[in-house]
Design a protein around this ligand. Structure first.
Ligand SMILES: C[S@@+](CC[C@H](N)C(=O)[O-])C[C@H]1O[C@@H](n2cnc3c(N)ncnc32)[C@H](O)[C@@H]1O
Length: 293
């Protein structure tokens, strides 16, 4: 979908996107059960990654999802039993199931039909999945959700302004939007790296570029033999805040989550563990509609 202005804001990190292929839809698990509104015109780049990503996430989430992202996002959503919640860009639906088990009335929305097929096949029928583009406004009425979560997905969207606008409209007054992204200051594919300072005996994080918005093609699955890519859209913090503010959303929570992993004992383990505790992997933001216009 073209940018509304017709102008690309993101610079391409290298030229490997020109090798990107779009895979035809393939037969797979049963289709999502929800009639499709605002459905994307064709397969998305996540359709070709769906089988791999669903395996990585599994029924209950990957390690980081289970240990950090799901409990952290759920706490920030501040929901209560029976609340109507949306898992925006739900992928294979692991967080939808997490919330459903805790007694929420859950709906999931995603642009990838293949990922939704896995989500529907693994989830109870009480979770309703919608095949739609999060940038399109037509999926829900105004003020219908108590809370909306968008986990690890904004960095895969080229244009977040309409997504924030939709979220603001779909939230009830006082509703919460929780966003989790890979930390935009420290985890920029190809632009940030770990290094070892021999003199200080410290592991450090090197950041080569930050302030420019970039689109970075990622081999997905991340194997050398892969030939297809998904796009990561790096944007600095100010771009996230600008999109939220322009949508009439005010940030009332910000958390930075670090890895809980520990290195095996060794010469560098102390430095590595300290670096893990100091350099966050994920950024979580909570926002609420400021007022109804
Ligand atoms: C890295 S996956 C994250 C999925 C899930 N939230 C999770 O944490 O496992 C990114 C997801 O964003 C979805 N996505 C990307 N652009 C989208 C759009 N414009 N509308 C809806 N979903 C989109 C993809 O289909 C994919 O499921």
């Amino acid at each position: 979908m073209p940018e509304p202005s017709g102008k690309r804001r993101f610079s391409l990190c290298n030229d490997s996107m020109k090798h990107k292929k779009t895979f035809p839809r393939r037969k797979g698990p049963p289709p999502a059960r929800r009639p499709l509104r605002s459905a994307p015109a064709g397969p998305t780049e996540w359709d070709q990654a769906a089988r791999w990503y669903s395996t990585v996430v599994g029924d209950q989430g990957s390690d980081y999802q289970r240990s950090l992202i799901f409990p952290g996002a759920f706490r920030m959503l501040a929901v209560k039993k029976g609340d109507r919640v949306l898992d925006l860009a739900c992928g294979p639906g692991a967080f939808s199931r997490y919330m459903s088990k805790k007694g929420m009335r859950v709906e999931g929305l995603d642009a990838s039909e293949q990922l939704l097929s896995y989500a529907a096949a693994r989830s109870p029928a009480s979770i309703r999945f919608h095949h739609a583009d999060a940038r399109e406004p037509g999926s829900f009425g105004d003020a219908v959700f108590d809370a909306i979560a968008c986990l690890m997905a904004l960095q895969n969207m080229e244009d977040i302004q309409p997504v924030m606008k939709n979220a603001a409209a779909w939230l009830k007054p006082g509703g919460r939007l929780v966003l989790v992204v890979t930390h935009p200051c420290f985890r920029i594919p190809r632009q940030t790296h770990w290094g070892w300072d021999e003199e200080k005996k410290m592991e450090y994080r090197r950041v080569d570029r930050y302030a420019s918005e970039m689109v970075i093609p990622i081999l997905t699955p991340p194997f050398a033999r892969s030939k297809v890519f998904t796009s990561t859209y790096h944007r600095p913090l100010e771009s996230y805040f600008k999109a939220l503010v322009e949508a009439g959303l005010g940030v009332d929570g910000l958390e930075e989550w670090v890895s809980k992993k520990e290195s095996a004992p060794g010469k560098r383990s102390r430095g590595e563990n300290r670096a893990r505790r100091e350099i966050p992997l994920f950024l979580a933001l909570r926002a609420r509609p400021l007022s109804r216009r």
